[in-house]
Design a protein around this ligand. Sequence first.
Ligand SMILES: Nc1ncnc2c1ncn2[C@@H]1O[C@H](COP(=O)(O)OP(=O)(O)OP(=O)(O)O)[C@@H](O)[C@H]1O
Length: 255
Amino acid sequence: MKTILDAKNVYKVFGNSNDGETTILKGVDLQIKDGEFVAIMGHSGSGKSTLLYNISGMDRLTSGNVLYDGNDISSLSDKQISEVRLHNMGFIFQHSHLLKILSIKENIMLPALKAKKKSRDEILNDTEELMQKVGIESISEHDITKVSGGQLQRAAICRALINNPNIIFGDEPTGALNSRASREVMDILNEINHNGTTLLIVTHDSKIAARAERVIYLSDGNIEDEYKLGKYDGKQESLIKREDEMSKWLKARGF
Ligand SMILES: Nc1ncnc2c1ncn2[C@@H]1O[C@H](COP(=O)(O)OP(=O)(O)OP(=O)(O)O)[C@@H](O)[C@H]1O
């Protein structure tokens, strides 16, 4: 399987020499294979979100390189990197970041309208298909303030998928949901991964990590360890075993 994302010796320093500098990422090397589902865990402040933002091109590395599909994206201009993100990557955050002035459907269509690769009718069709897949077709015309957190995250998933990305980055995608909504959203993400989309997700939750194929443990800006669970087969009994494995592994790291 080819490497889709290759982070080499990534450093991130915040601040400046006058007011003081803090090095958050300290030479991280991370390779993500095409179609893989990787979870990033670690204590609060270990640099998980910083890592996600820096290797997805949302923030600028201080030094090191990130290759996306063999191309160095760390040396691109802001405009070039936004193009790479728009056409190849999807993002899901803890809070959906949907626009309040648009309906659910319009929010989902927006990245595709921006990408200008498909006609409005095609985009509309794809949007309706995605909404149906995640079970939010009935709220398509709704205002985003009138729907539940779980429905909003499903809409955020549709928005992340509308340009058929190769990889989806998630920063605590279920962090604001109750346990049922969280399970439902993770079932959708597991299915998306099963269909070939690469996933890289930051989480605090061992139950979310248990659904990943590989879990990396970040400590003080470095990858301290990793655990390979293998692909999740979607069965409830395997999930229980994986959750148990994950919580034992995390306990051994004092998490
Ligand atoms: N823009 C910034 N400027 C200065 N410091 C920052 C900035 N962003 C993050 N940091 C610092 O970097 C460190 C790591 O933050 P980060 O959010 O990556 O950690 P995390 O592991 O994701 O934490 P959490 O689990 O609490 O979300 C923290 O000490 C944070 O204060």
